[in-house]
Design a protein around this ligand. Structure first.
Ligand code: AMP
Length: 396
């Protein structure tokens, strides 16, 4: 019995959820924004719909974590830090080394730091979060949970790029994927929902959030995934381009007088995708609402749907079949129209949803029409729950 904390540290943010374990009941959640940028917002939800909010100046992640710990006892969420049985940290890059989540030791921490080149914006924040919790709560176990570890099962043929082989040998240049913690959770939930062993299923999971990716799961393992060396690859996202011809990037840099590749990568990461095409918003709800009046919002939606359909088709071919198509994350769980428009394109495969069953948001449900030959499911994801389950599994 105890309380476990799932922590997600970004470059200027810190999000957390606290669970009572092993009951897995969520007892608090919150976010710290604008760390190091002035006018930071703190929001902590707890109890029966209670909320703590404050705007202050958080100079560092250490400031944020200190306030979080103070408020955990101050707001009576826990009585004593001894109740905390583990802290799980989301880490973006685990490279080829971390095939599973790992208990933090000096060695694992050094290994995580050595992977910074694979996620230069995210890895330092996670490392800082881990170091700060270790310093402030030295007796509590810390566990790193990697976005990439679920994808370490990708077959070589799927993770290699068609580049000179020596770049893989010398620099580990390959596909690593992302959203692995979500895929791990959703694939197991899907198997439980269908009452079949995961290893016997072929699944395509659509993790459609601000960051969006698609995973083909075969024999219970990640078999192919739409994100690549970094989360920039794959389908159209909120602000990320997804797959682009590299020669086009060179052409645009030339035409626009962009000399620094970092500036171009920034455009591909932050000014492309839904916002880049629509010019209206990066938020799918707003793009949906704007479709009637803005042809480019309509185009952005159509491209988003098209890229999803394209990956689904190729993954069905690669796996040689499909048992279930699964929608998850913000858009997948909540956009009734995205689910309809994606599945409308897939009738050829025997994928068909029932419009009444599809009229739902954020609940686990079989959406399939009676005459569908491949199931379509809505399975809400829960990455934080997966993180605290990993703590339980690894602390024994
Ligand atoms: P996530 O990153 O998983 O939190 O997902 C965020 C995305 O989900 C944003 O693009 C939101 O606009 C989208 N989203 C949330 N609710 C809805 C909704 N009711 N309809 C369409 N999109 C939604």
């Amino acid at each position: 019995m105890g309380k476990s904390l799932a922590v997600n540290a970004g470059s200027s943010t810190l999000k957390f959820k606290m669970f009572d374990m092993p009951s897995e009941k969520e007892i608090a959640s919150g976010a710290f924004d604008r760390i190091g940028l002035g006018d930071s917002n703190i929001e902590i939800k707890y109890g029966d719909g209670q909320k703590f909010e404050e705007t202050t100046d958080l100079k560092s992640h250490e400031d944020a974590i200190q306030i979080l710990l103070d408020q955990l006892t101050g707001l009576n969420i826990i009585k004593d830090f001894k109740e905390i049985t583990g802290i799980g940290h989301r880490v973006v890059a685990g490279g080829e080394f971390f095939t599973d989540s790992a208990v933090i030791t000096d060695d694992t921490l050094a290994q995580i730091e050595s992977l910074t080149e694979f996620a230069p914006l995210h890895q330092p924040a996670a490392v800082l979060g881990i170091k700060t919790f270790r310093k402030l709560l030295p007796d509590v176990i810390n566990v790193a949970v990697f976005d990439t570890s679920f994808h370490t099962t990708l077959p070589e043929v799927n993770y290699m790029y068609s580049l000179p082989y020596e770049y893989y040998e010398k620099h580990k240049a390959r596909k690593y994927g992302a959203h692995g913690t979500s895929y791990r959770y959703v694939s197991q939930r899907t198997a439980d929902f269908l009452g079949k062993p995961l290893k016997d299923l072929k699944l395509i999971i659509l993790h459609l959030g601000a960051g969006a990716s698609i995973d083909a799961v075969k024999d219970g393992k990640s078999f192919d995934t739409s994100m690549g060396f970094s989360p920039l690859a794959g389908i159209t996202m909120a602000t990320r381009s997804g797959d682009v011809d590299v020669s086009l990037v060179q052409y645009i840099m030339d035409k626009e007088g962009i000399s620094d590749i970092d500036d171009m990568v920034d455009i591909l990461n932050h000014k492309s995708g839904l916002i880049g095409i629509s010019g209206v918003s990066a938020d799918m709800r707003e793009v949906e609402a704007a479709q009637k009046d803005h042809p480019r919002a309509k185009l952005a939606r159509k491209m988003f749907i098209n890229r999803i359909v394209r990956y689904i088709g190729s993954y069905i071919a690669e796996m040689g079949g499909l048992d279930a198509l699964v929608f998850t994350a913000g858009i997948g769980e909540n956009s009734i129209t995205v689910r309809k428009e994606v599945t409308d394109e897939l009738g050829y495969f025997g994928i068909k949803i029932d419009q009444e069953k599809n009229d739902v948001r954020g609940v686990e449900r079989d959406l399939s029409a009676d005459d569908a030959t491949i199931k379509t499911l809505l399975i809400p994801t829960d990455e934080e729950l997966m993180i605290v389950r990993d703590i339980e599994r690894l602390r024994k």
